[in-house]
Design a protein around this ligand. Structure first.
Ligand SMILES: Nc1ncnc2c1ncn2[C@@H]1O[C@H](COP(=O)(O)OP(=O)(O)O)[C@@H](O)[C@H]1O
Ligand SMILES: [Mg+2]
Length: 310
């Protein structure tokens, strides 16, 4: 089996509100596929359909070779979902939560499995504390650890790092990479371009229930402006002069800003500023801009990610 997930013409509406408007995608086994989109794009709905939690209105989906409509049980046996079925019980300790999953799965050698997972997810110190005392990052880790007990070959992670601090985010990324190294397939939703870029083999961009782009992170990034410095001037004359000394820059006459490609490092920043100085120009402000989801959306759809009124 080379495709872990295939979906074609997937549709879902709530009353007259169309949430998924014909989604086609395939995820190769043993890879990370990222569904990238802002709040309200339909990411969770997609995950819920693919994991048999809710029924689609149309389209066909196969997960692990099984049809989600007619073989839901076989699908569920092959997958793990975090943040959905594997709810962390706040009253139990981390260790007890894991033990509960072992018991539910009737897994053999449970003590060992629990100990290994606590170790692997860096939860040993808090193992005997109630989950209610855990930080957001610890909960996500515990949730994922619980999911792994059934030894799923396909794992769905719905925004696994939203709201996490950078350190916890990196830990989560490492865990995800380890899983894929073991041959697991990951379906990951995220609002962070950087996360998709770091982890995914393929990315699909979801906008209001439609996929507006699909490809490798590099293919995607080629379609959007890279890291650049944005200078703002006080007069149109200054903007004119600056535009002339930075070939390859692009200007916004209304905002009096000039966008100059740059890696944003101190060296290149200094040389840009020196060059302005040379021509006796001074910018009112300058900002270094690293591309994010908003840039992707602006480039692909002509609008930003601002949530449209529901
Ligand atoms: N049960 C539901 N009933 C009505 N509308 C829903 C329901 N679930 C989701 N929606 C709507 O579908 C859209 C997509 O939601 P969701 O899949 O949760 O997006 P995301 O996970 O990308 O933030 C939103 O506009 C949301 O309000
Ligand atoms: Mg969601």
């Amino acid at each position: 089996m080379t495709d872990a997930i295939t979906a074609s013409g997937l549709r879902k509406a709530y009353q007259d509100k169309v949430v998924l408007d014909g989604i086609d995608l395939n995820v190769r086994a043993g890879t990370i596929f990222s569904l990238l989109g802002p709040n309200g794009a339909g990411k969770t709905t997609t995950v819920n359909v693919l994991t048999t939690l809710i029924k689609a209105d149309g389209g066909t989906v196969r997960v692990a070779g099984h049809d989600i409509a007619t073989e839901a049980k076989a699908v569920r046996a092959a997958i793990g979902v975090t943040g959905q079925f594997a709810a962390v019980d706040d009253l139990l300790t981390g260790q007890e939560n894991l033990q509960l999953m072992v018991d539910l799965n009737r897994a053999k050698g449970g003590k060992r499995i629990v100990a290994d997972l606590l170790e692997r997810f860096d939860l040993v110190e808090s193992a005997r504390k109630p989950a209610s005392t855990y930080s957001g990052g610890m909960r996500r880790k515990l949730d994922l650890a619980m999911t792994l007990i059934g030894n799923p070959r396909i794992i769905f992670l719905d925004e696994p790092t939203t709201g996490l601090d950078p350190r916890s985010r990196r830990t989560m990324w490492d865990i995800i990479r380890d899983l894929v190294a073991d041959g697991v397939t990951i379906f990951l939703t995220t609002q962070y371009l950087e996360e998709a870029d770091q982890l995914a083999d393929r990315v699909a961009v979801l906008d209001k229930g439609r996929l507006v782009a699909q490809g490798t992170p590099d293919e995607l990034k080629r379609q959007i402006p890279g890291t650049h410095v944005r200078f703002r001037f006080t007069t149109a004359d200054e903007l004119d002069s600056a535009a002339r000394i930075f070939p390859g820059s692009s200007r916004d006459d209304d905002a009096l800003t000039l966008r100059v490609p740059s890696d944003g490092g101190t060296k290149s920043l200094r040389s840009l500023l020196d060059r302005l100085d040379e021509y006796s120009l001074s910018a009112e402000t300058f900002t270094v801009h690293t591309p994010d989801l908003d840039d992707v959306f602006l480039a692909l759809t002509g609008h930003t990610t601002e949530v449209v009124a529901k």
